[in-house]
Design a protein. Structure first.
Length: 763
């Protein structure tokens, strides 16, 4: 070996003359010599591999790539790499990264004969032009680690190298009394062999809100302004966060100690007190009645409901119970579930999504909601369902959730996880999730639950029979083609099954011990009633998108489990809370709060709820082609036409006001943002116009009332669920003037109320 040690001191670049005048044989000879040099150096490194000072490629070198940003999506971690050099995104493929770094361009990226002349080092320090610029100095530990590894022969690791299994932080929460205060976040890593080490200098950091707090490359946290946020550290495949609260000035703040109705109020108010935010006052009875009727019945109150509530003792708890017992509550939640499960009918191939199949699924969902079936049982039956799409409604989970002529396990697994867990795992198909803990192993093992799902023709053209083919092997990992047996998210071992692993999936998914499921369901219920989730968006629950009030979400999740996953119990407790009943009117301390539920927020009504509210106010029902007369907007589901296969909203109103097309399971499919076209539609479109004049409703009210005041009050109650104020009444009476009971004047006023912002929003 001694004669080769001299060779290892030869710089490879000195062996590479310009290729133009050289023969092909000489070129091959020189390349061969260079390869021999590298190979010999690696042999020597292998002989001294026991040296504890030799960096590990996976434990030491790859963290350098990560910390320096080399394997990020904007650099060599991009799908096709950068400038001819490709690394796996955030290091999900260490074996491939080693090959591309050491063996793909022998002697160039890594020069074990002259480590300092390795392109890996020269480009990172700016000695050679580099698209990514200078990444670190020669005096840094990052440089020293790479240099020592290359000098040792750039050895690869054995298969037994310990793997990082957990990342921990020095603090879970930072509390700053004023801006410009500082503290440090330290990061530790725990390996599979139990060893621990500090990796603060190797982690990467970011803040969710730089206007509240920042964190630099060394983990130093700085308070910027009042509010709350999270700062995050990422190391290996793990992202973990610490909460940061920056308090506003204490001067002038005094906690009013508002009364509480239940645990919800206690947890929200505790948070507000810590943040020095005073909650708004409780809404008045008229506002409460309108809000709770819209949220639980999917429409505005009728005049009869208004007068019954306002002329009684205004028992809010009793009103909540009354609405929960009504079938309209079940129908509203049927619509919400049908939207998430993409219940769509169609008169086109494949027959799996025929109108009759969609109706079977829809009616099954409605039956579950009306009977009050526990939500975990409701979901469990769908997961294990098989049989005819026409007669066994829940089996349509496997035809509706992912539309198409063939069942696609990958697409279905991603949608399934997003709907029932609120987790978007699709990022892990090509690489480990960049912002969560899910790996490619997790992804492909989860997809294997659905690998055997099949559809076959039934006894009639519209029928498809859904079944699980137990002979189907598990899916293979995209990187190394390993079979990936079915394994639940976060699980260690594959599930045992009799050939159909969905049974074990359903058992795990809906178990009271599965907080992922209960937190997702609780968060979605909260979002429906408060207008925004504790985690928002509701279908993007991940480590780097933490809840704005973690204890509140934990408590709701726990209570949902304790109630036996009873939807009405959860809704009842939220609606009875003072937090739900707070006024939309902010005060000085909470006017900037958009996260902590210190006051109610204006919410534009969903398209179907708005249309049903127009029908309620005018007394004229909607009509939908292919559906029975009197069908409410919330009970209508889209039907795809045979010629285009595109979404059919049933009425232009739905498209204009952003009803979900059910093209995906994303919560963003339902658009509640106001637009100019919506204003124009209410002003001149057929929805309001036809109901005002064609039905002659206003003429009937004018004839039935004795005074203009009574007519005007009727209109306000029907549309805005309140009586007009003294100023409004005086102004409108002036408008009416001497016209007396001329219906035309009142129709114009009624039209104006429909076009008010107050009508189109829940508040």
């Amino acid at each position: 070996m001694n004669r080769f040690k001299t060779l290892t001191r030869i710089s490879v670049p000195t062996l590479r003359p310009p290729w133009g005048p050289c023969s092909r044989s000489l070129r091959f000879l020189l390349v061969g010599i260079a390869g021999l040099v590298i190979a010999v150096a690696q042999v020597e490194a292998a002989e001294t591999k026991a040296d504890d000072d030799t960096p590990s490629f996976r434990r030491d070198v790859m963290p350098v790539f990560f910390r320096a940003g080399c394997n990020s999506g904007g650099c060599h971690g991009a799908a096709s790499g950068k400038d001819g050099y490709m690394l796996s995104l955030f290091g999900y493929d260490p074996k491939g990264d080693y090959h591309r770094t050491v063996n793909e361009m022998v002697g160039r990226r890594v020069n074990t004969a002259a480590p300092e002349q390795s392109l890996l080092l020269m480009k990172s320090t700016g000695d050679v032009a580099h698209t990514g610029g200078k990444r670190f100095d020669k005096t840094s530990e990052l440089y020293k680690t790479l240099h020592r590894w290359i000098a040792a022969g750039a050895p690869d690791d054995s298969d037994s190298v310990p793997e990082t299994v957990k990342v921990i932080l020095s603090k879970q929460r930072f509390l700053f009394e004023q801006k410009d205060q500082k503290d440090i976040l330290r990061v530790g890593a725990i390996a599979s062999d139990g060893s621990k080490r500090e990796v603060t200098s190797l982690a990467r950091y970011h803040s969710n809100n730089d206007s509240v707090a920042t964190i630099d490359d060394n983990g130093n946290v700085t308070a910027v302004g009042p509010g709350d946020t999270y700062v995050f550290a990422r190391y290996s495949r793990f992202t973990i966060g610490a909460e940061v609260i920056v308090l506003p000035a204490a001067e002038g703040f005094q906690w009013p100690d508002p009364p509480t109705s239940n645990y919800i109020d206690e947890l929200v108010f505790d948070r507000l007190q810590k943040l020095r935010i005073t909650p708004s006052e409780v809404s008045d009875d008229e506002t409460f009645l309108r809000r709770v009727t819209l949220d639980l019945a999917g429409r505005t109150p009728t005049t009869e409901e208004y007068h019954a509530f306002m002329n009684s003792d205004n028992d809010r708890a009793a009103k909540i119970d009354e609405l929960l017992a009504n079938d309209e509550f079940a129908d509203l939640w049927t619509a919400l579930w049908a939207e998430q499960l993409r219940v769509v009918g169609g008169n086109y191939a494949p027959a799996a999504t025929h109108v009759k199949a969609a109706m079977s699924f829809y009616e099954w969902i409605r039956k579950q909601m009306r009977s009050g079936r526990p939500l975990n049982e409701f979901v469990e039956e769908m997961v294990v369902a098989s049989g005819s799409n026409l007669t066994n409604g829940p089996a349509n989970l496997y035809t509706m959730l992912v539309h198409g002529p063939r069942f696609e396990p990958k697409g279905f697994a991603a949608d399934f996880s997003q709907v029932f867990l609120g987790v978007q795992i699709q990022c892990a198909e090509c690489h480990n999730h960049p912002f969560d803990r899910w790996t490619q192993d997790d992804y492909y093992s989860f997809v294997s639950f659905f690998a055997g799902m099949k559809r076959k023709p039934g006894v009639e053209p519209r029928e498809r029979r859904i079944y699980y083919d137990t002979s189907t092997p598990p899916v293979k990992h995209v990187v190394d083609q390993r079979p990936m047996p079915a394994r639940v998210l976060g699980g260690v071992d594959p599930v045992s099954s009799d050939g159909d692993p969905r049974k074990e999936l359903a058992k795990w998914l809906t178990s009271p011990d599965n907080e992922m499921f209960s937190r997702n369901i609780a968060n979605r219920i909260w979002a429906q009633l408060l207008g925004t989730g504790i985690v928002e968006p509701v279908d993007d629950i991940r480590v780097s998108n933490p809840p704005v009030n973690g204890p509140l979400l934990d408590a709701l999740s726990k209570r949902l489990v304790e109630s036996g996953f009873d939807l009405r119990t959860m809704v009842r407790e939220i609606c009875n809370s003072r937090v739900y009943q707070l006024s939309v009117q902010p005060n000085v301390s909470n006017e900037a709060d958009t996260r902590q539920f210190s006051h109610a927020h204006l919410r534009r009504l969903r398209a179907d709820v708005l249309l049903d509210s127009v029908s309620t106010a005018t007394g004229m029902e909607s009509s939908f082609k292919g559906f029975a007369s009197g069908t409410r907007a919330i009970n209508y589901f889209p039907i795809m036409p045979g010629d285009t296969g595109g979404p059919n909203y049933g009425t232009p109103f739905f498209k204009t006001f952003g009803r979900s097309s059910r093209a995906t399971v994303c919560a963003c499919e339902t658009n509640k943002q106001p637009t100019l076209s919506q204003t124009l539609h209410l002003a001149v479109g057929e929805t309001v116009q036809d109901r005002l004049w064609a039905a002659g409703a206003v003429k009937k009210w004018v004839a039935a009332k004795e005074t203009p005041e009574e007519i005007l009050e009727e209109m306000f109650v029907r549309t805005l669920s309140r009586r007009p104020t003294e100023a409004e009444l005086a102004g409108l009476l002036e408008t009416v003037g001497d016209s007396g009971k001329d219906p035309g004047v009142y129709e114009d006023i009624f039209w104006g109320l429909f076009n008010s912002t107050e009508f189109s929003f829940n508040h």
